[in-house]
Design a protein around this ligand. Structure first.
Ligand code: GDP
Ligand code: CA
Length: 322
């Protein structure tokens, strides 16, 4: 029987992990539930950074050297938009990428929900996995930061992340309109009916945390009969790429593999995971993680090549199902 694997994933970390998983488990039926909290309207277009990172990486058309966007990209349209004063000058969209956003926006304007749009857009590429947005509703992550005169203000996650490079200390993260949002069709079933659920090494706060914040998704993870395994995005007390430590600090979680594992928590104690894979440099954390009710194992977690990432995914599966 084909193994059904459901992965909760953010953008780049989630995409690279899933690419390795697909190489390790070519026969599996893989569903990726993607974070949509980073999505935004820009220059009249619906931009979905994490869905697109997943689509470009799994479709084999991503710019792996730069770390985001499409290969062989140009930025002529962005330069024109800047000249008109439209959009955000610090948030450059490539021309090919803008093609994706126009296609998506056009389908949304025709009345299709994001999940159906994503299915249609992704059908052009051979992803080897089903790609689902966590929700069809617009639930955007806002970051509360200090403003002049002791006041606070809330800015869109992408503005905080890209324009200010997460340098303004975050006081809180909120998901606008989350209470009324619903998981996209297929998301809860993909978790409930899976043989294995995996939490990708994505940002625990603004990628995974945002997915789990959609009403019903965290409960589905707690209640599924499938084992749930996570892979640490933190290696040796540091985020591997990006600035996720700024997000962890804001929610009072230490930037360590152990603290993030404890933050998700063991399902047998009401948490979200059964097993937690950490890097070899964090091997000393496995005892405390096991004492907290988690199955834990240490091995190198750097995604150096797709084959190495596949070996990481295979070890995560072995840990979850052993
Ligand atoms: P984003 O949405 O593009 O920010 O990407 P994600 O939320 O999916 O993942 C970002 C996280 O991936 C980073 O904070 C890193 O901690 C993690 N990450 C990136 N590269 C690696 C890697 O090679 N190994 C591991 N274990 N984690 C990684
Ligand atoms: Ca993201």
């Amino acid at each position: 029987m084909t193994r059904r694997i459901t992965v909760l994933a953010g953008g780049v970390g989630g995409a690279r992990f899933t690419r390795g998983l697909l190489r390790a488990e070519p026969e599996a039926s893989v569903t990726v539930v993607a974070n949509t909290g980073d999505d935004l309207w820009l220059a009249g277009l619906r931009v979905c950074p994490d869905l697109d990172s997943l689509m470009y990486t799994l479709g084999g058309i991503s710019d792996d050297e730069r770390g985001w966007g499409r290969r062989d990209e140009s930025e002529r349209v962005s330069a024109e938009l800047n000249a008109y004063g439209v959009g955000w000058p610090w948030f450059t969209l490539g021309d090919l990428d803008i093609g994706t956003h126009i296609a998506r926006t056009s389908m949304l304007r025709d009345g299709l929900p994001l999940s159906a749009v994503t299915e249609r857009v992704a059908a052009r590429w051979n992803l080897g996995a089903r790609l689902l947005p966590a929700t069809d509703d617009e639930v955007e992550t806002l970051v509360t930061v200090a403003a002049d005169g002791g006041a606070t203000e809330r800015v869109h996650f992408e503005e905080w992340w890209v324009r200010t490079r997460a340098t303004r200390p975050a006081l809180a993260f909120t998901q606008a309109n989350v209470a009324a949002s619903r998981p996209a069709p297929g998301v809860l079933d993909a978790i409930a009916d899976a043989d294995l659920v995996m939490i990708a090494p994505s940002n625990p706060v603004v990628s995974i945390g945002t997915i789990l914040g959609i009403p019903g998704i965290a409960d589905a993870v707690r209640q599924t009969d499938a084992p749930v395994v996570g892979v640490s995005p933190i290696i040796g007390g540091a985020v591997v790429r990006g600035m996720a430590d700024a997000c962890l600090t804001a929610i009072g979680v230490e930037t360590s593999a152990e603290a993030v594992g404890q933050h998700y928590g063991a399902r047998r104690h009401g948490g979200l995971i059964d097993a937690w894979l950490v890097d070899s440099v964090d091997a000393s954390a496995t005892r405390a993680l096991e004492a907290a009710g988690l199955r834990a194992h240490a091995r190198p977690l750097w995604f150096t090549t797709v084959d190495e990432t596949a070996a990481i995914a295979a070890d995560a599966i072995a840990l979850a199902t052993s």
